[in-house]
Design a protein around this ligand. Structure first.
Ligand code: ZN
Ligand code: ZN
Length: 552
């Protein structure tokens, strides 16, 4: 039987976040696999107590003996965030460029896993050989250090997996996009290109970090008092811009927030951020006049625990903000975060602090390709087939249409779990489905979205909690005074509520005698119904109810 080449996204297709892609090659039912990226998505407040979500890796865990390695494109959380959570189930080699590798090592250190022997550092534009896959890293430009596309060569043909990218003619830090190599790969022939869809609705070009720098300098030159800039810590070019503008406007700069310090340190360790002024400790910054200091801080999305939110609520221990100061949000307003973010903006402007954001000034560029950038890539690579990823369904369908406009012979629309046969075939298409889904990191345990812990907490958070403990005598008689406790119920008169509840319980108790297990169960069920009904009548709430029987 003939070898075949497959592509299967387990995450990141039909959504922006938690990227996880598989490529398979070999005889049917005996494929060798590589995984490209292993990211997370951040949970919203519809899932109480859960912060991280990642793809269910079950499909590849079952085939882990044939998994040759995890190849990482760049260090954004939607591409590496799940590595330390999922790797213990896979235990394979990991490949990453130096900056990405450094951040990964930290993730494993936090989980007390020594990854030294399994983490291999790939130099920029370097190669990884995982027979039958020959992988070549290609430097692109994006909004983080060391963004890479991957040329994946197999006996069936070449795939270009772009990862996240844009065309930035002046990325400020790191190399320019390796246009020369992309063109050469295009000349050799590309069977399929797996491509970023994030900005497919945006016309023109995505823009350059240099243009942001120029404009940010203009903006900062006119500001007279304290300046606070907030941006993603991982955007090291933007960080360098903040340092550059501080120096040019005669100000000191202080970094605020854990991830800002972490990324600064990692970038320096990898040889970046060399020609900039020394940052000062935010605690020392208090000794400088307002017009002589810039703070660069985390929390650009209005995260409740982020530095920016604490500063604007006047509870940050090191950073003071006053009327006349300015806050520059040098970051994207990520869809879904508007509410939190505008709350933060409102809090600031009402206290006389100027808010500058991408809505009012040119202080941010996206890291993803707009349509003109996509056009460039298509013309360089000339793929035979385009498979859009890194987008919601609406982005991916628009990207399919774009590929048609660009005269790409084949396009395949995928969603998580789809298995595409790229070779052998007349036309690449989805031909099978792998099990796929999401896992929630609940505390330190991975759980299914349907898990009892999540269901219980949703119930608790909406309806409150009621507990009834009842004593049973050795003869099976029910003791009269139940012990009651409740939380999260809107009770105005506690004595009244308790009195009524005791009455309701007594009414049920009178009709029961506890001789055997079945009677016990029936009693508990009847009590639950009665207590919930009583609470509903008085408070409008049907609490999560727990009944304990204690034999004395
Ligand atoms: Zn991404
Ligand atoms: Zn990215």
């Amino acid at each position: 039987m003939k070898e075949e080449l497959l592509f299967c996204p387990l995450g990141g297709s039909g959504e922006i976040g938690m990227n996880m892609n598989l490529f398979g090659y070999g005889q049917p039912s005996n494929h060798k696999w590589i995984m490209v990226d292993i990211g997370v998505t951040f949970a919203d407040d519809t899932i109480p107590g859960v912060d991280l979500i990642y793809p269910d890796p079950g499909f590849i865990v079952e085939r882990k003996d044939n998994l040759l390695g995890i190849v990482l494109t760049h260090a954004h959380e939607d591409h590496i965030g799940a590595i330390a959570h999922i790797w213990p189930k896979l235990k394979c080699k990991i490949f990453a460029t130096p900056f990405t590798a450094l951040l990964i090592r930290e993730k494993f250190r936090e989980k007390h896993i020594d990854i030294t022997n399994d983490l291999q550092i790939v130099e920029l534009n370097g190669n990884v050989s995982l027979d039958p896959f020959e992988i070549e890293y290609i430097t692109l430009t994006h909004s983080i250090l060391e963004p890479n596309g991957l040329k994946i060569k197999t006996p069936a043909g070449v795939i270009l997996h772009t990862g996240d990218w844009k065309v930035d003619p002046n990325p400020l830090i790191g190399d320019n996009i390796n246009e020369k190599r992309l063109k050469e790969i295009g000349e050799e022939g590309v069977l399929a290109m797996i491509c970023d869809s994030t900005n497919v609705f945006s016309a023109g070009r995505s823009g350059s970090e240099l243009d942001v720098r120029k404009n940010l300098l203009n903006v900062m030159s006119r500001l007279k008092k304290r300046i606070i800039i907030t941006s993603f810590a991982s955007n090291v070019a933007r960080m360098e811009t903040a340092f550059y503008c501080a120096e040019k406007t005669g100000r000191q700069i202080a970094l605020v927030g854990r991830s800002m310090h972490r990324i600064y340190k990692a970038a320096r360790q990898c040889g970046y951020l060399k020609n900039i002024i020394e940052p000062i400790d935010p605690r020392d910054a208090k000794n400088f006049a307002r017009e002589k200091i810039v703070y660069l801080c985390t929390g650009s999305q209005g995260e409740p625990m982020g530095a920016m939110m604490r500063i604007s609520s006047y509870i940050h221990p090191d950073v003071l903000i006053e009327k006349g100061d300015a806050v520059i949000f040098s970051s994207k307003i990520i869809p879904g975060n508007e509410k939190k973010l505008y709350k933060l903006h409102n809090q600031l402007v009402k206290d006389g602090i100027e808010v500058i954001s991408e809505e009012t000034e040119f202080v941010h560029v996206s890291g993803h390709p707009n349509r003109e950038d996509l056009k460039d890539m298509y013309q360089w690579v000339k793929p035979n087939c385009v498979i859009p990823v890194h987008g919601e369904h609406r982005h991916m369908i628009e990207h399919i249409n774009f590929a048609k406009e660009m005269q790409v012979p084949n396009q395949v629309q995928v969603e998580n779990g789809d298995i595409v046969k790229l070779f052998p075939c007349e036309k690449p298409e989805v031909y099978d489905k792998a099990p796929s889904g999401r896992l929630y990191l609940d505390g330190s345990v991975s759980v299914d979205p349907e898990s009892q812990s999540i269901k219980d907490r949703k119930n608790l958070s909406a309806n409150g909690y009621l507990e009834v403990t009842i004593m049973i005598t050795p003869k099976g008689n029910i003791h009269n005074n139940p012990i009651l406790s409740f939380r999260g119920l809107p009770v105005n008169d506690i004595d009244d509520f308790v009195y009524g509840l005791e009455e309701a319980i007594e009414k049920i108790s009178k009709t029961f005698k506890i001789g055997n297990k079945q009677q016990e169960h029936n009693f508990i069920d009847a009590l639950k119904i009665a207590c919930k009904k009583y609470s509903k009548d008085i408070t409008g709430k049907k609490p999560f109810t727990n009944i304990n029987l204690i034999r004395i």
